[in-house]
Design a protein. Structure first.
Lengths: 262, 261
């Protein structure tokens, strides 16, 4: 299997001397479910945003399919972005628009300027949107305004907006950090289903180590902008967690032995 | 240590009050203002107002002329505001941190708006008197420039506050600049934008009355005319009409706000 995404020696510097990422290298295989974990401020969000160049990295190389992402011109970059769905902690929907309009926004990347400005969507696109919303259990919310939904429902709209892009890969930035445990489980189950049934590669930033272990094929641990663990979720030991979270590891609210046993 | 913080706070407050008092007394000495005389003359002013400043049956004959001028003032205010809003929207999109094309261009647009905002409408009227003379056009442009500066600032902040997240999301889907503006920025911020425009129309109707005094047009000039010719009854009718119009407009715009928000 070829690597879908390859990150080599990536660095990101904010200002003069604050380094967010230092020599980060990893690769993600087609169809893999990868979680990135690490303490707050370790650079997880920055790393994720460097992949689709929402933030420009300072050095290194990113390869997605056959594209050298960091050398792409504006137009090519947009084309690559249409193949990468993104899901956010705060959902980032347009609150005053309906669920289906928010979903169809995922198609804007493939539209001409005029069609995009006027919001012209074909019947097939609308059907696809409704079908995706059905799969995500939002069939009764289709014409509701986004601000009338609960957090979990909003995040599902976020997933729908990403899926209608027909993406090769999903980047999820703390998708469950603002959700209650029940909704969080629903969202993670949907992401897992997306990865196994549709073969879409999923890269998730997570705060919860137990969730990462339960859902991922592989875990990448980051501390102070450096990769300190890169291996299968099953092989993650409490020493590894100690390395990822440093002194904070003692304060984590779960027991790693218990999770692997369950 | 903690006691020190409280003692310091008290000292600061006391020093501030003393400074304020000293400034007030200094200003009163320089301008030869007598507080006692100032306040005791209020009842006299009210007495004079009750005796002279009320509309009479005669003055009602002037009502059509007054209403005609009022209509002119209202329409000029609305036209100046809406035209300014169009330009303000363009400038705020280019000046807002979430939607600007680049940092340089953003700083320039914000700079222009700041200049326009910091010159008061009355100052604009005085400046424009030189180029347009005493006409309604002067008033129109004074209101236009003042509103443009203020609305650009208000719109910029609205856009930054409301649409940051969804702009990021649409960018990540590969959407183009204009798609993002029309599908995310405008739909998210339109109610607040309309609310600001309504607020500006209200403010402009109030300023227009004053501007009219300077530019010799509209309802402000009408008031000045009757007042200077000692026709106090008609002048007071003008004031009543203005107040009624302002209350009506405020009621209408509050209603619109309630519906759209």
């Amino acid at each position: 299997m070829a690597a879908l995404l390859e990150v080599n020696h990536l660095t990101k510097q904010f200002g003069k001397d604050s380094k967010a990422l230092t020599d980060v290298s990893f690769s993600v295989q087609e169809g893999e479910f990868v979680s990135i974990i690490g303490p707050s401020g370790a650079g997880k969000s920055t790393l994720l945003r460097c992949i689709n160049r929402m933030i420009d990295a300072s050095g290194g190389e990113i390869r997605f399919q056959d594209h050298h992402v960091m050398d792409l011109k504006k137009k090519e970059l947009k084309q690559v972005r249409t193949k990468i769905g993104m899901i956010f902690q705060h959902y980032n929907l347009v609150n005053r628009l309906s669920v289906i309009e928010n979903t169809l926004h995922g198609k804007l990347g493939t539209k001409s300027t005029w069609a995009g400005v006027l919001g012209l969507y074909s019947n097939e696109e609308k059907k696809q949107a409704i079908q995706i919303l059905n799969v995500l259990g939002l069939n009764e919310m289709i014409y509701k305004r986004a601000d009338q939904l609960s957090g979990g429902q909003k995040q599902r709209v976020g997933i729908a907006r990403a899926l209608i892009q027909n993406p090769r890969m999903l980047l999820c930035d703390e998708p469950i950090a603002s959700l209650d445990p029940n909704s969080a489980k629903v969202i993670m189950d949907h992401l897992k289903k997306v990865s196994t049934t549709m073969g879409i590669t999923v890269v998730v930033n997570l705060h919860q180590v137990d969730v990462a272990i339960k859902y991922s094929d592989r875990i990448i641990g980051i501390n102070k902008g450096q990769v300190v663990y890169n291996g299968s979720a099953k092989a993650l030991t409490s020493e590894d967690i100690q390395r990822i979270y440093g002194s904070e590891a003692e304060d984590l609210i779960f027991d790693i032995g218990g999770i692997h046993a369950g | 240590m903690q006691a020190d913080i409280f003692a310091k706070k008290k000292r600061n407050t006391l020093a501030f009050l003393l400074l304020l008092g000293a400034l007030t007394i200094l200003a009163m000495i320089i301008t030869e203002y007598n507080v006692l005389k100032g306040f005791t003359s209020i009842p006299k002013a009210i007495q004079w107002g009750m005796a002279n400043f009320y509309p009479t049956a005669e003055s009602l004959e002037k009502l059509p002329v007054i209403l005609d001028k009022l209509q002119e003032t209202l329409l000029v205010s609305i036209a100046a505001t809406t035209a300014a809003a169009v330009f303000a929207l363009l400038f705020s999109i280019f000046g807002s941190n979430t939607t600007r094309v680049n940092a340089f261009f953003g700083a320039i647009t914000r700079g222009i708006a700041t200049v326009f905002r910091n010159i008061d409408v009355a100052a604009w009227a005085l400046i424009l008197l030189f180029s347009f003379g005493q006409s309604a056009l002067t008033g129109y442009f004074a209101l236009f420039f003042g509103s443009f500066g203020f609305l650009t600032r208000a719109f910029t902040e609205t856009i930054d506050e409301v649409s940051g997240g969804s702009v990021e999301a649409l960018k990540a889907t590969g959407a183009g600049y204009f798609s993002i503006i029309f599908q995310s920025v405008i739909p998210s911020s339109i109610p607040q934008l309309i609310s600001w425009i309504l607020f500006m129309i209200e403010t402009n109707i109030r300023s227009a009355t004053l501007i009219g005094l300077l530019t010799g047009s509209g309802i402000g000039f009408t008031f000045n005319l009757y007042y200077k010719s000692l026709a106090y009854d008609t002048a007071s009718l003008v004031v009543v009409v203005i107040i009624a119009a302002i209350l009506l407009i405020e009621y209408a715009s509050n209603y619109v706000r309630k519906v759209i928000l």
